[in-house]
Design a protein around this ligand. Structure first.
Ligand code: MN
Length: 240
């Protein structure tokens, strides 16, 4: 099962390797399994458990937000995806292949949205950790200074992208293989369909922050950057 869950690019970066143990890892959060109209299929795809406890990101992001976000939204996309791929060629693909195969394809938006949202959320959780954030050291710190001029410039640009994404979407740090870039994407879209390698994302759908911050998206994004970013994960995602 793991091979289907982990996309080509993801195995390269090994961030899921540690957390993926097959579909049996489907964790039921304290917010519970979503009660939905669609069948709650947990195969052929699965999602890894959260890489930390639901309350690990508090007080920046509360356990309640993480519980609903993972247990209702992320898991909800998984159920939709598993429903949609039943008896289709997508069953045999991995997640990243589905994202690439359905991006911008007429009639395939529901499959794309579900697959990309499953991918995006797993990536999001891995990019956060308790006690993270702030100006990074190491290779990623150097690359940020080189490509943005300073960490402060990067932070300003990232917050600007997160605020500039009208409606639902994602803010990303990504690379085209040479330069780091900040990009924003609407809805379920992901930089991999634009030929970029994602390094970090912050979910700016309202469900990611509304319980804790209501309309204050800026406060949510700034606090996440300052206190939660898992820079070791970001650095591991850098193409070698
Ligand atoms: Mn979300």
């Amino acid at each position: 099962m793991e091979e289907r869950i982990v996309a080509n690019g993801l195995t390269r970066r090994d961030f899921l390797k540690a957390t993926l143990a097959g579909t049996a890892v489907l964790a039921v959060s304290s917010a519970g399994i979503p009660s939905t109209a669609w069948a709650q299929r947990t195969s052929p795809f699965g999602i890894p458990p959260l890489p930390y406890a639901e309350d690990a990101l508090a007080p920046v992001i509360s356990a309640r937000t993480v519980g609903f976000h993972y247990g209702k939204h992320h898991l909800g996309y998984l159920y939709i995806l598993n429903d949609l791929v039943q008896s289709t060629p997508y069953e045999k693909m991995n997640l990243e292949e589905i994202v690439r195969a359905t991006a911008g394809v007429s009639g395939k938006a529901p499959v794309f949205n579900a697959a990309a949202q499953v991918w995006n959320h797993t990536f999001y959780w891995n990019g956060m950790k308790a006690g993270g954030g702030g100006k990074p050291a190491g290779e990623i710190g150097k690359r940020i200074e080189k490509d943005f001029g300073s960490y402060e410039n990067f932070r300003k640009e990232f917050v600007g992208a997160a605020l500039g994404q009208f409606g639902s979407g994602w803010a990303w740090l990504a690379t085209d293989g040479k330069a780091l870039k900040v990009v924003k994407t609407p809805n379920a879209e992901n930089p991999i369909t634009r030929g970029l390698t994602p390094l970090l994302t912050i979910d700016v759908w309202e469900h990611a922050y509304y319980l804790d911050y209501q309309n204050r998206r800026k406060d949510f994004v700034e606090a996440s950057l300052d206190r939660l970013v898992n820079w070791a994960f970001v650095e591991k995602s850098l193409p070698r």
